[in-house]
Ligand binder design. Structure first.
Ligand code: ATP
Ligand code: MG
Length: 382
């Protein structure tokens, strides 16, 4: 008997002719996630196996965040032999409700799934006085996966990952990352759909501190592997914000800042080949996230703006932020560029033409170009 880790996936099965492409991506991403750990990765039909490791828990924890992976189980590997399977099942110790589930991918195996599950269930029951069968809502499911390869995998602890699609090869997305709770979660949600992203952050130094910037770098580093990021672009909005503050209507400050952010993002996309912009906006969360405000920012976008949190409630975002490990950094109390020059009554339903009129009051093109010319690039791997 060998111990292995059995990895299962789901959506990839729906990919028809493209299945092999997605599977290759997934396996590459699994290899990348486990690089540095001594183990062997094996692709068997419709499953991936990891073997020859020391610490299973460390591997399971890493695989949990590889998108495309549906579930991960530490499993016993035996031959497709009734005797070997029964011998293993005889030694399982459990208590409470359980059921046995047999998946017979190897049709040459002589006993039908249901019949074999009943037989194995009886063995478990006889050997575990505190266990009982519950086929509807068992505490433990003992899975017996009889594969076409001649090997059977028996497992009864499963960790569920996030499913979705494997991160693509190219970094196609540009995530607008603030120091708040929402934007890292937005990046995570798009990565779950296979979108690899780099990061763009705006600061307003010296109104925002170097600690505030460091906090965002820390968030970026904590999500970089999950979203497949390599670079973080940082640029300063200070001069533009000062000009808005002095020359434009106060209630437009955030609206004008958001439009400027998108224009800088357009330029970064154009220069470095990103195809889409991602934000952590959620409908109605604040004045800058009403339909009218989103219309105003969309009207300057030259790339699709993806807002995966648009329908999320704040508590849903917070619980995901905790799961992915960004929450504790996000709540550190440093100021953000949006809080600098914050108007007391920001406009809730800005009209595009009004924003355009406000922008005409300053030397917009020159200010924007200065922001774009002074972008700092941070390699997150260093
Ligand atoms: P929270 O709402 O939790 O304070 P947030 O990140 O959502 O944090 P908002 O002010 O709601 O902050 O901003 C909406 C979106 O705009 C963010 O999710 C982010 O994508 C983008 N954004 C805001 N500020 C910045 C910034 N300083 N740099 C880059 N993107 C930003
Ligand atoms: Mg927000």
């Amino acid at each position: 008997m060998n111990e292995v880790i059995l990895i299962r996936f789901n959506e990839i099965h729906l990919k028809g002719g493209n299945k092999h492409y997605f599977l290759k991506l997934l396996i590459n991403n699994i290899r990348h996630a486990l690089s540095g750990i001594d183990c062997k990765i094996e692709n068997i039909q419709n499953r991936v196996l990891v073997r020859g490791y020391d610490d299973a828990d460390e591997i399971v924890e890493k695989l949990k965040f590889v998108f495309g992976v549906h579930s991960i189980s530490k499993a016993a590997e035996v031959n497709n032999s009734e005797e070997e399977i029964v011998n293993f099942v005889k030694n399982i110790t459990i208590s409470g409700s359980f059921k046995c589930q047999v998946n017979r991918a190897d049709k040459a195996f002589p006993i039908k799934s249901n019949e074999f599950a009943a037989k194995l269930g009886e063995i478990v029951l006889n050997n575990n006085s505190k266990s009982y069968v519950d086929v509807r809502q068992p505490n433990t499911v003992i899975n017996v996966d009889i594969r076409e390869t001649g090997k059977t995998y028996i497992f009864y602890h499963t960790t569920y990952a996030y499913s979705g699609l494997p991160l693509g090869e190219h970094r196609d997305g540009l995530l607008l990352l603030s120091g708040g709770i929402d934007s890292p979660v937005a990046g995570f949600c798009m990565a779950k759909r296979g979108l690899r992203q780099d990061i763009l952050h705006f600061d307003s130094f010296p109104y925002t501190s170097t600690q505030a910037k460091q906090k965002v770098v820390d968030i970026a580093k904590s999500i970089k592997d999950k979203i497949g990021a390599k670079y973080m672009y940082v640029c300063s909005m200070t001069k533009m914000q000062e000009e808005f503050h002095v020359n434009c209507k106060t209630e437009f400050a955030i609206n004008l800042l958001r439009r400027a952010m998108i224009r800088v993002a357009n330029a970064v996309c154009k220069q470095y080949g990103y195809k889409t912009i991602i934000t952590g906006e959620s409908l109605g969360q604040v004045a800058s996230q009403t339909i009218e405000s989103l219309t105003s920012t969309n009207s300057v976008a030259e790339y699709p703006v993806l807002r995966p949190l648009i329908s999320f409630n704040k508590d849903e975002i917070i619980s995901l932020a905790k799961e992915i490990g960004t929450y504790d950094i996000s709540i550190l109390p440093y100021e953000d560029c949006c809080t600098v020059f914050l108007p007391r009554n920001p406009i809730i339903k800005p009209k595009v033409e009004d924003a355009v009129r406000e922008e005409a009051k300053i030397n917009y093109a020159e200010l924007l170009q200065a922001v774009i010319n002074n972008i700092e690039i941070i390699n997150l791997d260093e």
